[in-house]
Design a protein around this ligand. Structure first.
Ligand code: PGA
Length: 243
């Protein structure tokens, strides 16, 4: 299975910046051994999708609402993301779980809405530093998988230890190997044989310098990249490390 390298721009990217990031990707993506995805803020999706049209790079949103349309001021539906040119959406990122108090059941409802609108979901899970210190990481991640993934889930899962996001700290290869194996086993228990084919991304301070070793860990199906996805050469450096 091809690895997926996904860029999560978070709340970054004015028009000029967006086009500076994606214009080089458009040219280089065709020669890569991995799938490439960029997830700009909502306001840049149409611009980015039009620059990347006809290229090998896909575009995604960073969140969507559970409903199709209606009285939800400030929210965006999955159908709107599709309409703007997105084919993917990130759901349940730890920053949304924290800043917007998103629960597993809300994330599951969003995942169903995304799939119904024809988007491929990336559902994020991961423990906090305190939870890891208490050796609760499997309990926490297992609970998030049980609560956030709908029956028949066929999207992508991203494991992002909260303490590694934007901190420059990465999980050790041994920690990543143990967690990705645990997630694989949990997916198979939860979803049956289909759980074997789900790509499990690692996220948290992925850089060109550490991408090769992280992407070589068994059951790592790619990377979810924050900070380093805002510079084309760094993002491409990570993509070139994919197998
Ligand atoms: P980071 O963010 O690469 O800046 O640590 C990863 C993420 O939050 O998806």
């Amino acid at each position: 299975m091809r690895q997926l390298i996904a860029g999560n721009w978070k709340m970054n990217g004015l028009r000029e910046e967006a086009s500076a990031i994606v214009t080089p990707l458009r040219l280089d993506a065709a020669d890569l051994a991995c799938d490439l995805l960029v997830c700009p803020p909502f306001t840049q999706i149409m611009t980015v999708a039009s620059i990347l049209a006809g290229s090998a790079v896909a575009v995604g949103g960073q969140d969507c609402h559970t409903g199709e349309k209606g009285a939800h001021t400030g929210d965006i539906s999955a159908a709107m993301l599709r309409d703007a040119g997105a084919t993917w959406v990130i759901l349940g990122h730890s920053e949304r779980r924290q800043d917007h108090h998103e629960s597993d059941s809300l994330i599951q409802a969003k995942t169903k809405a995304a799939v119904a609108a024809g988007l491929s979901p990336i559902v994020c899970v991961g423990e906090t530093e305190a939870q890891r210190v208490a050796a609760d990481q499997n309990k926490v991640v297992g609970g998030q998988l049980a609560g956030s993934l709908p029956p028949g889930f066929a999207g992508v899962v991203a494991y992002e230890p909260v303490w590694a996001i934007g901190t420059g700290k990465t999980a050790t290869e041994a920690d990543v190997a143990a967690m990705h194996l645990f997630i694989r086993e949990t997916l198979v228990k939860q979803l049956g044989p289909a759980g074997e084919t789900i790509r499990i991304l690692y996220g948290g301070s992925v850089r060109p310098a550490n991408a090769g070793s992280l992407l070589a860990v068994p059951h790592v199906g790619g990377a979810l990249v924050g900070g380093a996805s805002l510079k084309a050469e760094e993002f491409l450096g990570i993509a070139k490390a994919a197998t």
